[in-house]
Design a protein around this ligand. Sequence first.
Ligand code: UT7
Length: 325
Amino acid sequence: MTRFARITGTGSSLPPWRLSNADMVDMLARRGVETSDDWIVERTGIRARHFAAEGVYASDLAADACRHAMSAAGVAAQDIDLIIVATSTPDMVFPSTAAILQHKLGMAGCPVFDVQAVCSGFIYALTVAHSLIATGTASKALVVGSEVFSRILDFNDRTTCVLFGDGAGAVVVEASDIPGILATDIHADGKHSGILCVPGHVSGGAILGDPLLKMDGQAVFKLAVGVLEDTARATLAKAGREAADIDWLIPHQANIRIMQSTARKLKLPMEKVVVTVDQHGNTSAASIPLALDHAVRSGQVKRGDTLMLEGVGGGFTWGSVLLDF
Ligand code: UT7
């Protein structure tokens, strides 16, 4: 019998400190940096984001999201046999945030590791979990996206600092007789690594290079709108489904204009697109599971719905997962 992988529970976590665009305008004005609510809303669709307090790490947000996901799935921590964390803002250089998370959840023994594919990280992590479950290596996985991007933002650069936020989303993925994940598709092209990066690194006890986020927004935008259509069509073809079969498109939440463009190309009305970028900003690897959990808890996404999850980001990386929820 084919061994499938199904999402059986979702959870998320947002730090309590919420900054509206007005708060951001005030904060940046104190540094002599000019922006406006109108510009941010018109160009990105973002109205607010959450920032973690000092001392709160990606593993803390991840632990909170995982507890909600395990409770929704009715799965106990000791039954989990795999943890994958997608993050570009790990607690430490090493060990992995997944290892720290495992201990915070009171677990030991199962394999744990991080995936680094920036905003496509959750799609990569879900793809890996799917493969490990399908081959019998794991049966009950926690797949998490967790980020504290506020730590790597340059608040003197208005072209990037207004875009990002902190948060985490998690899913429990279990082996199942029924699908489940129908098809996955992941890609990268490293020649574009410079258009979205944090170029600094640790060497000899010091940070060499710039440890803050740099982005060529227009270059990322142009690449994103092309690859998001391509990868959606690739997973649909692998699964033998049509775009019209999608009940909900849950794209990476970076910019409402990118989401509108993808929906238009797939001939999906915006009513079928889950949008949380307005309230969360771009939370990188966390954005898709965070949006999924909000859509499940608000009653938008229901059991049996067909979901297209899509990510794109630094690397350059992109990919998608088509699943029956
Ligand atoms: O998560 C990974 C994936 N990331 C993305 O998908 C991001 C993709 N890129 C984007 O979403 C968009 O390119 C941005 C939102 C980053 C920028 O939007 P844009 O429409 O491409 O704006 P732009 O970079 O062309 O800038 C237009 C103008 C510039 O002024 P001038 O040169 O025309 O006078 C900028 O200086 O807007 C100015 N500007 C701002 N003004 C007020 C840039 N940032 C701001 C700001 N407030 N925060």
